[in-house]
Design a protein around this ligand. Structure first.
Ligand code: PLP
Length: 447
């Protein structure tokens, strides 16, 4: 709906002022607020294909893609048609429906999971997977990695304790110490730390949860064999290996990160969480795994888990249609587009003399303004946030909407065509020069 602000104030600014009066920070999820880069977030009125249009009528090539879900681009005609048809039949019944069965079958066909349960957000998926792992093993301790984000689950909003293999402390006010005192937070890609933690607490560890390829400290791929090592370590100690594919699932490749290197490395997770792409832009997520584990869930087993809107027919219809349209050609297109953008960004930054590192996991990538490869969260924090803010604003001014944080992946879609890619390429040199003019401030990471 067009919004006409009073006088000559840009509509985004006027809406942001109104939003701040009624919503903390003016946003419903923190990174949207532009706090890390400064300025006013653009309020988006509509989106089509690779393009966003804001309430002032400005157009941007979208490199956020709703933080991952929009693999096919915005308003894909077949997804819209399926959703529109579904809506005319009612929007939620609180009973089982056919689309949720078909989406579950599609996920089981394409991934290592044997059974799947739907929820409404990635946070719910990881929270439920951990509860199930604890219920299945009869153990309490959870291991996670610093810099991996699994949603705002209390036990996972945790910071490392005072030493390696000591229990975690709350990562935010509001999380009681009792919620993180059974969480171990380890440095990513660090086999010694994992071995030490399992040597000390192995018989108490219910599960280790990891992003299959972290994308929430920027993209930090697992070193070759790391996921296989984690899976084996868990197996050796009777703990479950939970692979969080909320971001990577059906995005990094046709399956997820498991699909990228699973066959090579031979690792299979016990439980997997999904979200984003499998919801087709609607609030849907899932967790799944071996039938033996999943059957411990209520009502078949004793571990309680439920949701009023879980498996919602509109969301599952959007997800199912999206997954059916996510063909090899779609991934090949996203891969090629990502390669072009990565190469051009690296060339522009090199030409401007800005230190940078490009890191990828399948079709996902990010560009760190840093001079050393990033293999863990401590490395990621060396990124030059001030330079990134300058880079971001130059791109925005030239019609490209990048993630408003230096610690996020850049997302492309099958709708990023030549016009969209050309717009990005044309904007990069000036943005790189803007970054060069602002280099020099490395601050603490966002979390
Ligand atoms: N897990 C991962 C790997 C994520 O990237 C996210 C969100 O970005 C989540 C879990 C939480 O998902 P949601 O935001 O849907 O709660």
């Amino acid at each position: 709906m067009p919004y006409d602000p009073p006088g000559s104030v840009p509509a985004s600014e006027a809406l942001f002022a109104r939003a701040k009066a009624v919503t903390p920070g003016g946003v419903n999820s923190p990174v949207r607020a532009f706090n890390a880069v400064g300025g006013t977030p653009r309020f988006i009125r509509s989106a089509q294909g690779a393009w966003l249009t804001d309430v002032d009528g400005n157009e941007y090539v979208d490199l956020i893609c709703s933080w991952g879900p929009m693999l096919l681009g915005h308003a894909h005609p077949e997804v819209l048609a399926a959703v529109q048809a579904a809506v005319t039949r009612g929007t939620s019944y609180g009973t089982p429906t056919q689309p949720e069965v078909e989406l579950a079958e599609e996920i089981v066909r394409r991934t290592p999971v044997e059974e799947v349960r739907f929820v409404s957000s990635g946070t719910e998926a990881t929270m439920s997977a951990i509860r199930l792992a604890r219920g299945f093993t009869g153990r309490d301790v959870v291991v996670k990695f610093a810099g991996c984000y699994h949603g705002h689950v209390d036990a996972l909003l945790a910071s490392a304790g005072s030493g390696l293999a000591t229990f975690a402390v709350p990562g935010t006010p509001g999380v009681p110490a009792s919620s993180t005192e059974l969480t171990l937070v380890l440095p990513y890609n660090d086999r010694d730390a994992v071995a030490k933690a399992f040597a000390e607490y192995g018989d108490r560890i219910a599960c280790l949860i990891t992003e299959a390829a972290p994308g929430n400290m920027g993209v930090v791929p697992p070193e070759p064999g790391f996921n296989a090592f984690l899976a084996q370590t868990c197996r050796d100690h009777g703990a479950l290996f939970v692979s969080d594919e909320v971001m990577t699932g059906f995005r990094a490749s046709k399956q997820g990160h498991w699909g990228l290197d699973g066959k090579v490395e031979g690792w299979v997770p016990d439980l997997v969480t999904f979200g984003k792409v499998m919801g087709g832009g609607f609030p849907a997520a899932a967790f799944g795994g071996r039938a033996e584990i999943m059957r411990r869930l209520s009502p078949e087993g004793p571990v309680y888990q439920a949701g009023t809107l879980s498996g919602n027919p509109i969301a599952t219809t959007a997800g199912l249609t999206t997954l059916r349209l996510a063909t090899d050609e779609v991934y090949a297109h996203v891969d090629a587009a990502a390669s072009t953008v990565k190469r051009a960004a690296a060339e522009a930054l090199t030409a401007a003399g800005v230190p940078h590192v490009v890191q990828s996991a399948g079709t996902m990538f990010s560009i760190f303004l840093s001079d050393t490869p990033v293999r863990c969260f401590d490395d990621a924090r060396r990124t030059d946030e001030k330079a990134y803010a300058a880079f971001f604003h130059s791109m925005l001014d030239q019609g490209v909407y990048l993630p408003p944080s230096a610690y996020e992946a850049w997302f492309l879609s099958s709708a990023h065509d030549e016009r969209a890619i050309d717009t990005i390429l044309a904007a990069l040199p000036a943005a790189a020069r803007a970054a060069a003019a602002s280099t020099g401030s490395t601050t603490e990471g966002r979390r």
